[in-house]
Design a protein around this ligand. Structure first.
Ligand SMILES: Nc1ncnc2c1ncn2[C@@H]1O[C@H](COP(=O)(O)OP(=O)(O)OP(=O)(O)O)[C@@H](O)[C@H]1O
Ligand SMILES: [Mg+2]
Length: 323
């Protein structure tokens, strides 16, 4: 299992020449980063800062989702653009996946838009949207394009499609997809019409993210629904996958003595406290690691595992006092 550093936004790259295209595509294929061993021997303050950095662990199911997304981006545009819905319980890593793809496929700077060849992704939340105009407006805001509030729907549609084409948008990411279901049937249809229009006119693949019922968001439009496959992010339980996940998280904790999160007692307590949610597992371990570093214990014992919101004293985070 590999760990990806989520802390660095990918910086804009200069326009590639045609012959550089192959390299260019390799360049934006997600890379794995090892935690540098020397980080474990840094000061307490530096390690406490570093432990708080979000690092994406690429566990197998997530790896499968990432691969499907990259396939959609890299394959030649198809008239029937494909979609993928990634569902999972709250705090299971859906937005993290969206942001991570977005960082790897960030847009070029505006001055480089014309003739840009580097594919990019755009991400919006579907919460609160009830019209096609709303969908287009949110996309334009997201890519910092001017939004004319008086423009007719057809004009706004034109601006969105032209802009997305110019920046070579090859993936639209929709977070909180289940929120479409909170609106009336008529409003749902309008939002879905906008999405279908973009998928068709730009041959644009879509990654939708949402809780378990998010798949139903597309059910009212059979044509749209038929294009989406689904991957479910897990709720973690006592099995080998969890053991592998914990093994991948251990080096991120930057403790100087050995840590074994994979004992029966640790696993049982972690599952009880986290309810199997990845976000809680990460928070619980991060808090315990910070306590372990600041106290000088340099390890984690089962007693140090507490609910994610039972945090140690905030003064521990006043890092300069720790030198
Ligand atoms: N692959 C991962 N590796 C390590 N940590 C992760 C990973 N995915 C998520 N996390 C941790 O879980 C936290 C919650 O993730 P995220 O906000 O993506 O969940 P979500 O599924 O979008 O939740 P919600 O349904 O509430 O929107 C993140 O802040 C991060 O700390
Ligand atoms: Mg989320």
């Amino acid at each position: 299992m590999t760990t990806l550093d989520n802390s660095n936004d990918s910086s804009p790259l200069s326009l590639p020449q045609d012959q550089e295209m192959g390299e260019m595509y390799d360049d934006i294929t997600p890379k794995t980063v090892e935690i540098p061993e020397e980080l474990r021997y840094k000061s307490k303050a530096e390690r406490i800062m570093a432990v708080q950095t979000e690092r994406v662990v690429l566990y197998p199911r997530l790896g499968e989702a990432v691969n499907r997304v990259l396939w959609m981006i890299k394959q030649k545009p198809r008239s029937r653009a494909p979609g993928l819905i990634v569902t999972g319980p709250t705090n299971s890593g859906k937005t993290t996946l969206g942001n991570w793809i977005l960082n790897a496929y960030s847009q070029l700077s505006p001055s480089s838009f014309i003739d840009s060849v580097r594919p990019c992704a755009v991400m919006i939340e579907l919460s609160g949207l009830t019209t096609q105009r709303g969908v287009y407006g949110r996309i334009l805001e997201q890519i910092h394009a001017p939004v004319d509030s008086h423009a007719r729907l057809a004009d706004r549609e034109l601006v969105v499609t032209m802009t997305l084409r110019n920046i070579n948008c090859r993936l639209l990411i929709l977070d909180e997809a289940q929120d479409v279901l909170k609106t009336s049937e008529r409003d749902q249809q309008r939002v879905l019409d906008a999405l279908k229009y973009l998928m068709n006119s730009l041959k644009l693949p879509v990654l939708a993210l949402g809780v378990e019922q998010a798949g139903k968001a597309f059910d009212s439009d059979q044509h749209l629904r038929a294009r989406f496959s689904e991957i479910k992010l897990p709720s973690w339980k006592d099995d080998d996958d969890l053991i592998d996940l914990l093994a991948s998280l251990e080096p991120n904790l930057l403790l100087q003595r050995s840590v074994n999160l994979r004992t029966r007692e640790m696993v049982k307590k972690l599952l009880e406290l986290s309810e199997g949610r990845l976000g809680y597992i990460v928070d619980i371990l991060r808090n315990a690691a910070i306590e372990g570093i600041s106290s000088g214990m340099e390890t984690i014992t089962p007693e140090m595992l507490r609910r994610p919101w039972d945090v140690p004293s905030h003064e521990i985070l006043d890092c300069p006092t720790l030198h």
